[in-house]
Design a protein around this ligand. Structure first.
Ligand SMILES: NC(=O)c1ccc[n+]([C@@H]2O[C@H](COP(=O)([O-])OP(=O)(O)OC[C@H]3O[C@@H](n4cnc5c(N)ncnc54)[C@H](OP(=O)(O)O)[C@@H]3O)[C@@H](O)[C@H]2O)c1
Length: 237
């Protein structure tokens, strides 16, 4: 199975792992549509990729926005959802409203997008969780719960939406703009310390995840999986 002339929608495709997936799919001659909230980020992504890509503003916390988007797109071959808000914080200290907002964005955002989309039989849906689903740390209860919920959703939908295939990518730490708000020194220190601890000896790049996302789109025998792409993080951290 190839991606040539396949219609691939990537929500969260204007940054980080989603953008790397968009570039890799375009390189395989797919027709790619990138969606996200910020018109500026979408324009920047369009300028970076140029050919065989369209961009469209969508907010996964807003069902009407998703319905309008997918009505316009019609039937698609592959859907990737690589975005959503998460919040870290001590369980006792973090307001429950922040945990609800994270669940509403990252978990229900993916849930809504799949409900609104029409994916053709034999096509695929790829969701994003994260290593914390099964390797929690102090201060990550809400993110851990959101990621675990995404993994449960992916497996349930692999059964219910068949013959559409549904899989989940669980990344470890990956160098993306998600960390751009951190001071440079702090971010570098985090990457260096993570790299030392990881069996692979380096922190993941968005392209590492894109390679797996393309494999999930094109391998017809994979569904209902959660694939850890984390440099071995869950074994050592
Ligand atoms: N980077 C890591 O170390 C890491 C580790 C574990 C798991 N993950 C997970 O992997 C996924 C991708 O992360 P990333 O690091 O590549 O993120 P990123 O670089 O921050 O990109 C996130 C993308 O999602 C879009 N987005 C965010 N909220 C949205 C919303 N409500 N509606 C539509 N689009 C939205 C963003 O565009 P707009 O802001 O313009 O909407 C952007 O295109 C996320 O689910 C993240 O939780 C990341």
């Amino acid at each position: 199975m190839t991606l040539k002339d396949k219609k691939v929608v990537i929500i969260g495709g204007s940054s980080g792992m989603g953008l790397a997936i968009a570039k890799a799919a375009v390189a395989e001659q797919a027709k790619v549509v990138i969606a996200g909230r910020s018109p500026q980020k979408l324009e920047d992504a369009l300028a970076e990729i140029e050919d065989n890509v369209l961009v469209y503003p969508v907010d996964i916390t807003d069902m009407a926005s998703l319905q309008g988007f997918f009505q316009r797109e019609g039937e698609i071959d592959h859907l990737v959802i690589a975005g959503g808000f998460v919040k870290w914080g001590g369980f006792k200290e973090m307001p429950v409203e922040d945990a609800i907002a994270a669940m509403n964005s990252k978990f229900f955002g993916q849930y809504r997008a799949i409900q609104a989309a029409t994916v053709c039989p034999g096509g695929s849906i790829t969701l994003f969780s994260g290593v914390l689903s099964r390797r929690p740390k102090v201060g990550t209860a809400a993110v851990t719960a959101v990621n675990a919920a995404v993994e449960g959703l992916g497996q349930a939908l692999a059964v219910e939406l068949a013959p559409v295939r549904v899989n989940v990518i669980a990344p470890g730490l990956v160098k993306t703009p998600a960390y751009s708000a951190m001071p440079d020194g702090e971010r570098q220190a985090m990457y260096e310390s993570a790299a030392k601890a990881l069996p692979v000896g380096y922190v993941g790049e968005p392209e590492d995840i894109a390679a797996v996302a393309l494999m999930l789109m094109t391998n017809p025998y994979i569904t209902g999986t959660v694939i850890d792409v984390d440099g071995g993080s869950r074994l050592v951290q």
